[in-house]
Design a protein around this ligand. Structure first.
Ligand SMILES: [Zn+2]
Length: 427
């Protein structure tokens, strides 16, 4: 199939291209139904309303959600143990479930009988799979929902699935060649491993295999690895974001510029300290509310992932905002001048400059203001003058903050294992 055909079209054109205001109205209508179900059927959710002193009728708009506290993924295990098995979050009796999973952290995840329960059909169509694709699905089919979740999303849009699961590289290479598989779903590093193994066996991946599309999740897809797969091997590579708790969260369209919010969810990016919604470009926690899911009417589930979104119109025509990238986990953030920064953002700055050997962002308090200094240790023979302005610009782009730059010796770094050193004292 031609690449252009994979990049064209919509899974649900009317919904995906709904003008902003109409989309908001659509989500709010579904939200009102969800809060009613949650309040009536899920004791843990009812308690959340009571703690906020509001009733379901008070949550009418997306903004109204801010009055309800966030349920962090990190607390889910504890909450489930306190009220087994699902912590009071289930909206139906146990015997109405199709499957029960146990994902890392020993968190139980329910699955209902409804068609496209995880909302991955739209994700897979919009990332480029088409009916007739033969797809190797390498997510785990044991205990965690990843494998079956993807399996059903793919078969639901007419693809044929080979349930490869995790590991068994030799068998997977063999299947990919023998069945002339056209698609791959899994982590990017395992696809690399498959290609390497095939090449070690003396095969020419472009000639002997028919892989046209790979859709990845669960691991950072770097620019380097994506462009290698796309340019050297001619594979269309897209990614999506999903979790074992909520299923689909976001996906890349043909434009490859961020991941559109998935449908039938309210996605918020919030200040992890206050739970308040943040605007475009601001880094915060990704929080999900499931709509049209009476089995698991989760409201404001905190994924623990940090990201930011853009809502400029996307050339693909979809109106949903886009999560630009995951910048790290919420338990490692530091707030500087009202913006959250994460160790991975410091690493991202460093990764752009081969001249930088090590770096640390130091946060101090000076005259009641936060002061951010980016301390960089250079390789020998590197010119500080040449680097300074491009480094400052890169820091502004990645951290979205201005910082002083200090070129230092490795021995000057305090606690050099830390990417962010917070020296502020609050007393
Ligand atoms: Zn798009």
């Amino acid at each position: 199939m031609k690449k252009e055909e994979r990049l064209r079209g919509f899974y649900d054109e009317q919904l995906e291209t709904l003008p902003r205001d109409a989309k908001k109205q659509f989500l709010e209508n579904l939200l009102q139904r969800t809060v009613m179900t949650a309040f009536q059927e899920a004791p843990a959710m009812r308690e959340k309303f009571q703690a906020a002193g509001v009733g379901p009728a008070d949550i009418r708009s997306l903004e109204d959600l801010q009055s309800l506290r966030i349920t962090p993924k990190a607390q889910m295990r504890q909450l489930q143990q306190a009220a087994p098995p699902f912590g009071g979050f289930l909206g139906v009796e146990l015997d109405k479930l199709r499957r029960i999973y146990s994902s890392p952290g020993a968190i139980l995840d329910p699955e209902g009988h409804q068609d496209d329960y995880w909302r991955l059909q739209g994700v897979f169509f919009n990332t480029g799979f088409r009916p007739g694709d033969r797809v190797l699905n390498t997510f785990s089919y044991h205990l965690t929902p990843g494998g079956l979740m993807c399996d059903e999303g793919l078969s639901g849009i007419g693809c044929t699935v080979v349930p490869g699961g995790v590991g068994n590289t030799d068998t997977q290479v063999q299947l990919m060649a023998e069945l002339q598989l056209t698609g791959y779903v899994g982590v990017p590093s395992f696809l690399q491993a498959i290609i390497e193994r095939a090449e070690q066996d003396g095969k020419d991946f472009r000639r002997d295999f028919s892989l046209e599309i790979a859709v990845t999740a669960g691991e950072m897809l770097t620019h380097v690895s994506r462009s290698r797969l796309e340019e050297e091997y001619g594979i269309l590579v897209r990614q999506f974001l999903a979790t074992a708790d909520v299923g689909a969260i976001a996906y890349e369209c043909g434009e490859k510029n961020g991941m559109h919010f998935a449908d039938y969810r309210v996605i918020e990016v919030v200040d992890p300290e206050t739970g308040k919604q943040l605007g475009a470009g601001q880094v915060g926690e990704v929080v999900v509310t499931l709509l049209e899911n009476p089995v698991y009417p989760l409201i404001r589930f905190g994924t623990g992932d940090l990201s930011y979104y853009e809502d400029e119109p996307c050339p693909c025509g979809r109106t949903a905002p886009r999560l630009m990238k995951l910048v790290g986990r919420v338990d490692q953030v530091t707030k500087v001048r009202g913006m959250f920064i994460h160790p991975s953002q410091v690493e991202e700055v460093v990764a752009t400059f081969p001249e930088i050997q090590a770096a640390q962002a130091v946060v101090e308090r000076e005259q009641d203001r936060d002061k951010l200094t980016f301390c960089a240790v250079l390789e020998q023979d590197s010119s500080q003058e040449e680097l300074l302005s491009s480094l400052q610009e890169r820091i502004r782009t990645v951290l979205k903050l201005r910082a002083d730059v200090a070129f230092v010796q490795a021995s000057d770094l305090r606690e050099p294992e830390k990417r962010i050193l917070d020296l502020r004292k609050w007393d």
